[in-house]
Design a protein around this ligand. Structure first.
Ligand code: KIV
Ligand code: ZN
Length: 524
């Protein structure tokens, strides 16, 4: 057993929600949305966060740079193929951070080397070694991944790991890229590396498991048992195809079964529920009700026998408490008579510090909501805060007024006043086959953007029939998808906000593209 395997009980949590997770989304995220997620992940206490693939697009480069500038309590990392141009882009985006990691990778399995790369293994090995040495010119924190390691012949894998460590990789990652291996098999691969690679104690061994057979979490934990000390994972397990290893699951496994596993992480477990909700909302990826740890039913007990047991002693049917992952126990109902101090107190119980929000703004929105719906619940308060954070940026379009009429007549009609930028302020009316259609036709008239609505849904945010209505939609513009989100007591208003939100993301994408082409013109 090597020194990396023995004695060290700390497992590094490497979050890749904003890279592997983001690349699987139906719609791109704005820089602001990525920053919101990065800040939540920082509060969650991850050690390293991989936040993008800077060479892939100007938008990705910009968001990696912004996040690197902002995040102080986690190591920020960018992905690069084993190519100098990718590594240059990564280093340029990340250099604004005090310390950063470059993660470079190349495929090592026969099928990838021969069919995808159309190369010999020795060429790939040389590229890997060159990439690691090149990345080390920019930072002393370089991670190397053997893509499709799970299907790589073990002799080749040992050779690649040894070479990468010799070239200067400080972390070597063993991905099960296609989610093919079984826990005992994957554990065997990691044990083999520890037994056969002579310099293995000079790097951290990491794992990155995909969930195609539903084994990503089991495989990651089996690897930890064999000596891996970094797990790559995502919030809610989002990622390519069936997703990645779920962060909240591995974190709670290591906490709940610490005495058996004898490993720990730096995760602030009480941030789990909130981070999960934020990622789900921003990414438009609902969490299944029966998902472990963060699913809506994860802590609810339906059968009479279970309920009876829970009333006698909660550990009869609960191996961890909802509070331990940040689900508040008491749900206080607030009304328009509740003062600022009550709101502050409630926010504190929900885990927010005063510096996380502006009490005046939150209180004003709270009063408006309390007037509309009487009682305001914890979910509503969190939703109001999320809404404020969403608006906390320079929006080009704003829906200043909205009036929709519908009923049993032939048409629904909508009139809107739309503000676009500082000068333009126009009024439009349209009819449609329902109130949302009429509203969207009016907005279409008002904006100079050709788009198609490709997905639209309304859900109840909060509890009961007077919960807030949440509208989510995806619109397609020039082959790219943009997600929009809106929240209001009136679902038509929420639908309008969702479309305006998506249109603002398109506007920002157009602005970034304009800046880039102006830069290119200047250079060329
Ligand atoms: O799944 C995979 O192999 C990856 C690598 C880039 C680490 O995402
Ligand atoms: Zn992956």
């Amino acid at each position: 057993m090597s020194t990396a395997q023995a004695g060290n009980d700390q497992v590094i949590i490497f979050d890749t929600t904003l890279r592997d997770g983001e690349q699987a989304l139906n719609a791109s995220l704005s820089v602001h949305e990525k920053l919101q997620i990065a800040q939540a992940i920082e509060r969650l206490g991850v050690d390293v966060m991989e936040v993008g693939f800077p060479v892939s697009s100007p938008g990705d480069f910009e968001s990696v740079q912004q996040i690197a500038r902002t995040i102080k309590n986690a190591r920020v990392c960018g992905l690069a193929r084993a190519m100098e141009a990718d590594i240059d882009a990564c280093a340029n985006a990340l250099k604004v951070a005090d310390q950063f990691r470059i993660h470079t990778f190349i495929s090592t399995s026969d099928v990838h080397v021969q069919q995808k790369l159309r190369k010999d293994f020795s060429d790939v090995e040389a590229m890997a070694i060159h990439a690691v040495k090149y990345a080390r010119k920019f930072t002393d924190d370089v991670e190397f991944s053997c893509e499709d390691a799970g299907r790589t012949p073990i002799d080749n894998l040992c050779r690649m790991v040894e070479g990468a460590i010799k070239a200067g990789a400080t972390t070597v990652n063993i991905p099960d890229t296609v989610g093919y291996t079984l826990p005992f098999e994957f554990q065997g691969i990691i044990s083999n590396l520890f037994n056969r690679v002579p310099n293995i104690d000079q790097a951290i061994i990491s794992v990155h498991c995909h969930n195609d057979l539903g084994l990503a979490v089991a495989n990651s934990m089996a690897a930890v048992q064999a000596g891996a000390r970094q797990i790559e994972c995502t919030v809610n397990g989002i990622g390519e195809r069936a997703g990645n290893c779920s962060l909240e699951e591995v974190a709670m496994i290591m906490k709940t079964r610490e005495s058996l596993l004898r490993v720990k992480t730096n995760i602030n477990h009480q941030e789990i529920a909130r981070t999960s909700k934020l990622v789900s909302t921003i990414c438009n990826m609902p969490v299944q009700l029966n998902k472990a740890i963060v699913g809506g039913n994860a802590f609810s007990h339906s059968s009479g026998i279970h309920q009876d047991g829970m009333l006698k002693a909660s550990n009869t049917y609960e191996i961890m408490t909802p509070e331990s992952v940040g689900i508040a126990k008491t749900k206080l109902n607030l009304t328009s008579r509740s003062g600022r101090h009550v709101i502050k107190h409630r926010m504190e119980s929900l885990g927010y510090q005063e510096s996380d929000y502006n009490i005046e703004q939150l209180y004003a929105d709270f009063l408006e909501l309390a007037d509309k719906k009487g009682q305001v619940f914890d979910d509503d308060l969190e939703a109001l805060l999320f809404n404020i954070q969403q608006q906390d940026q320079q929006d080009h379009y704003q829906l200043a007024k909205l009036n929709v009429q519908c009923g049993d007549g032939e048409f629904a009609t909508a009139s809107i006043k739309l503000v676009a930028g500082e000068e333009s302020n126009t009024i439009h009316s349209a009819t449609g086959n329902g109130p949302v259609d009429a509203l969207y036709q009016a907005i279409k008239q008002a904006v100079d953007v050709e788009f198609e609505v490709s997905d639209y849904k309304i859900s109840n945010k909060g509890s009961g029939e007077d919960g807030l209505g949440q509208a989510d939609l995806v619109i397609t513009w020039q082959g790219r998808n943009f997600h929009g989100y809106g929240l209001a007591t009136d679902v038509i208003e929420a639908s309008g906000q969702a479309l305006i939100h998506a249109l603002n993301s398109i506007h920002r994408a157009i602005t970034i593209a304009d800046i880039k082409s102006a830069r290119q013109e200047q250079q060329g």
